[in-house]
Ligand binder design. Structure first.
Ligand code: ADP
Length: 402
């Protein structure tokens, strides 16, 4: 029987191996990780990663030809094929800090394989790296995608200033077949583990190759993304009489996109930290993100999220100002405002009349994903801000945002 060992039970390793085990019943797949809690979760009913359908696949294969273990060396020793899918986060210190890929985890995995597999075997190595100058396509593809989002987000600010509707602009632009309609939704910002990291890498490679102008160009994609998040926070604060201090604000959605529990680089982190900086009390609900994850994300420094060894302790002030609840109605009860930060389908069909009745007045909705019908909510009585849409008369009268 062919044996596969995958080092790294994360977003890449876990789901990929589960599908290999499902499709190839004659192969035995062991997924190993140094994180005890992650492996324990893979072996429990509460998997550490949510993806539609993943639960079923894992349940079908686990214990049959799919195993999760912390005994890294044993499984590497026994394997015919070893996959390495450990994290390659952005460096937080030293040369290239804040830009270059940190290969510490990758190198230590490679050295361990060499140490353990000492029986004079010939290695064949297949590499699909995401950080080498010779393999630029992955970085370029992600940079182009992120640039599309930053372009439409930049347009959204102009639409708000001029009274245009960004969805109509996107639609018109997208009918040009050279541009195409996909990935043109304005939002509170892009997230996920790769976009920012890959652009920073691209920027670093440009700088190392003496191309500062090209580096600057790509940096702007991230700057606009950061601008979009702070613009959103400014809107919330300025709309609510320039203060959110000690006001309850409901946060609906924390994951970086719908149908995942993945919070890496989610815009929700920056938005929540911005609101906490203005002393708001946050009540957060996301159908797939645990309280632990949210508290950890909000107490971490930038770029620390992907360095498991450097996990920061949760600061007591964050804990006090943030509560995580398991229901959108609970989150919005007695709140002054609600912010939609992830486009979960369930947020489209909430009973907004009921939510309105249980909120403080005036009741504000800040739709960071353009998923609710703003006009309907205004009929109910909400003051509504929707990214890139003509402003509510209320918001027009508020001081201009920075
Ligand atoms: P990705 O999105 O690339 O899958 P993740 O951070 O989700 O990244 O997963 C990477 C996993 O690799 C983490 O769970 C981490 O604990 C694990 N890991 C890192 N270094 C090692 C190592 N030397 N041996 C085993 N697992 C490792």
């Amino acid at each position: 029987m062919v044996k596969i060992c995958c080092i790294g039970a994360g977003y890449v390793g876990g789901p990929t191996m589960a599908v290999i085990a499902l499709k190839c019943p004659s192969i035995e797949v062991a997924v190993v990780d140094i994180s005890k809690s992650r492996i324990a979760a893979w072996n429990s009913d509460q998997l550490p990663i949510y993806e539609p359908g993943l639960d079923g696949v894992v349940k079908q294969c686990r214990g049959r030809n799919l195993f999760f273990s912390t005994d890294v060396e044993k499984h590497v020793f026994e394997a015919d094929i070893v996959f390495v899918s450990v994290n390659t986060p952005t460096k937080t210190q030293g040369l290239g800090a804040g830009k270059a890929a940190d290969l510490t985890y990758w190198e230590s995995a490679a050295r361990m394989i060499a140490d353990v597999s000492n029986k004079g075997i010939k290695f064949q190595i297949l590499s699909n790296p995401e950080f080498l100058a010779e393999e630029l396509s992955k970085l370029a593809a992600n940079a182009f995608l992120a640039q599309r989002i930053s372009s439409v987000n930049a347009m959204s600010a102009l639409c708000e200033a001029t009274g245009a509707n960004v969805q109509q602009v996107s639609y018109s632009v997208g009918t040009d077949s050279r541009i195409g309609p996909k990935f043109l939704n304005a939002s509170v910002g892009f997230g996920g583990s790769c976009f920012q990291k890959d652009i920073l890498n691209l920027v670093y490679i440009c700088e190392c190759n003496g191309l500062p102008e090209v580096a600057e160009y790509w940096k702007q994609v991230i700057k606009i993304n950061d601008y979009q998040k702070s613009r959103f926070v400014n809107r919330v604060v300025s709309s609510m009489f320039n203060t959110v201090s000690n006001k309850k604000i409901a946060i609906l959605g924390f994951a970086f996109k719908k149908d995942t529990g993945d919070t890496r680089e989610t815009p929700a982190i920056d938005v929540c930290q911005g609101l906490l900086g203005d002393k708001a009390n946050l009540s957060i609900y996301d159908p797939q993100v645990t309280e632990d994850q949210i508290q950890r994300d909000l107490s971490m420094n930038k770029f620390d999220w992907d360095h498991p060894i450097h996990l920061q302790p949760t600061s007591p002030t964050t804990v006090k100002k943030v509560s995580v609840v398991w229901d959108a109605y609970e989150a919005t009860k007695d709140a002054h405002g609600l912010c939609i930060l992830t486009e979960w389908d369930e947020f489209k069909t909430l009973d907004y009349q009921k939510i309105f009745e249980n909120m403080q007045k005036p009741a504000f909705v800040f739709d960071g994903r353009n998923i609710v019908d703003a006009d309907k909510l205004r009929e109910i009585g909400f003051i509504v801000y929707a990214i890139g849409k003509p402003l509510d008369p209320w918001l027009k009268d508020m001081p201009a945002v920075a």
